[in-house]
Write a protein that binds this ligand. Sequence first.
Ligand code: N01
Length: 556
Amino acid sequence: MSETPSASVKEQGNRSAYDVVVVGAGFAGMYMLYRLRRQGLSARVFEQGGDVGGTWYWNRYPGARCDVESMQYSYSFSDELQQEWNWSERYAPQPEILQYARHVAERFNLRPHIQLNTRVEGAVFDEGTESWRVTTSDGKIVVAKFVVLATGCLSNARVPDIRGLPDFRGSVYHTGHWPHEAVDFTGLRVGVIGTGSSAIQSIPVIARQARELFVFQRTPNFSIPARNAELTAQQRDAFRKIYPEVRRFAREQARNGIYAEPPDRGALDDGDDARRAKYEQRWANGGLTFMLAYNNLILDNAANDTAADFVRGKIAEIVEDSETARLLQPDNHPIGSKRICVDTDYYATFNRPNVTLVDIRADGIEEISPCAVRAGGKDYEIDALVLATGFDAMTGSLAKIDIRGRNGRTLKEKWAEGPKTYLGLMSEGFPNLFIITGPGSPSVLSNMIVSIEQHVDWITDCLAWMRGRRVETIEATKEAEEEWVAHVNEVAQATLYPQANSWYMGANIPGKPRIFMPYIGGVGVYRRICDDIAAKGYVGFAMAAGEQSPRKAVSS
Ligand code: N01
C-alpha cells in the first residue's frame, strides 16, 4: 500500500489509480468511503444508480418503508448525526430514507468521491502488480490496490420467466426497480404477482387506488402488523437519551442487531393462556420483534407451531371470506423461516370489494396475454402488472460483475455450487477483495446498518493493520474458508430455516444451488469471532509483505 495514499490518485488517459475502489453507494458504500477518507486513503465509489441510497434508490414502490424502526435503522458512527436527524415515523417511508442517505453524502462531503450512473463491469486481479484492474461502464479503467464490494444483498431484481410477459400491452413494474416518476393506478385494473415483503407493503396502497386488484399468490407469507405511527419530538428525545445502550445492545447482544426485550424462555415453558397473552402483546406492539416472544421459535417445530397457529388465527379473524382467509394462511413453512413480513392493513385489504386473491399454488401462472394474466384456466384482464417477485439475493449482484482473481478464475465459477467465503468478508483466491455483508455473514438476518457498520469498521482496521506492517495483500486461506462454510451450514441446520423454500436458500432462482447463505449465529457472536480473528493477527488469512513478493504469511 502506498506510503502517502492520498497522493496515489493518478490520472493517465482513460486510466486512474486509487488505493480503494468501492462498488455501490448505498449505506455500505457510503460508510466505507467515509472511513477510507478518514484514514487518508484515496477512494473512488462507482454507483450504477443516479443517486446514492442503494436499495432505497431503487425500491420506490407504493408503501415502501423500512420494517426495522427508524431510530434503529440509521447510522451510529456519528453521534451528531443521530442526534440531529428527525425521523418522522416509527418506520420511515422510502423517500425519507433516501433523503437521509443524501443528507449523509452531503454532510460528510462524500459526493466528490462518488461517480453516479456508472456500473462496474469487471474487476481483474493482476498478479504481477498485485492490484485490481476495474473496468466501468463509461469505458474507463481504474487500478486499485483494494476493491470493496458494497453491492447490497437484495439489489438484483428478478423478473420471472413467464410465458407471454414480453407481449403484455399494459405497463409492467418491478417493485425492486420502480420508476422515478409517480405511478398512478387510479381507475386501473392491476395485477400483482408475488406475496413477499414488497407485495405485502404495496398491495394495501395499490388497492386504495386501483379499480380492481388481482393478487396472484403462489405461497402465502406470515405478516405482522407494523403499528406504524408518527414519532413525536418527545419519543425521539427519549430514544436519543438511551442511544449508547441501544447501539451497544444491537451490536453486542442482539442476534438480529435490533434493540428489543429479549426472550427469557421457550414457547412450551408457558401454559396456553400465558403464551396467548404474550403473543397478543407482541401482536399489539407490532413489527419484526414478534419472533422474539420466545427463544426457541426458530429452533423447535412444536414451539414454532404455537406462534404460527396464533398468526393463522389472526388472519382468520381479520379476513371476512373464509376461503380467502384459508388461502392466506401459510401452511408449508415454519413462521420466521422465510423473512417475516411487516404490514399495514395487508390482510384487511382482502375485505375490499375491489381486491381478489388468486391462488396459483397448484399450477402457477399459465401465461400472460397482451391484456390478461391466465391462471387456473381463467383470464384476469388487467391494465397494469406489478412484479413483486423479489431478487437474486446475496450473490446476484456480484455475479453480474466479471470478477477474476488468481489464475483468472472468476468468482462466478468459484461460487457455481454456492457462495464460499471466510466470514462473509473475503473469498479465497481473490486477494484484497472485500465484500460488505457477503454470504456467510449475518447480513440479511440482521438490521443491515448494524452489520454494515461492523464490516466497514473491521475492513478499515484491517487496512490500517496492513499498512502499519507494510503488508501488501490479504486473502482468505482455503482451510479457513472451508471451515467457515461448514460452520455456517452447521449452524443453519440446527434451526428451522432450511425447512422453507426461501431466497435465503437460493430457492427462488431456478438452478441456483440450495445453500443457506447468511450466518445465523447472531450479530453479537459473529462480531466477537471477527474481532478475535483480528486480535490474533488475522488468523485464517494469508498475508504477503513487500512489493510483488511471493505469498508468505506475515501473521499466524
Ligand atoms: O421478494 P420475495 P420481496 N410466479 O422473494 C413470488 C427485503 N425487503 O421483494 O414464495 C408467481 O420475498 C414468490 O412466491 P414464492 C426483505 O428482506 C425488505 O417481497 O416463491 N409468483 C414470492 O411471493 C424481503 O424478504 C423490506 O412461491 C412468483 C414473491 O414473488 C426481501 O427484501 C421491504 C414468481 C417474492 O417475494 C425480498 O422481498 C421489502 C412466479 N414466477 C423487501 N416468482 C423492508 O421493509 C416469484 N414469485 C426493509
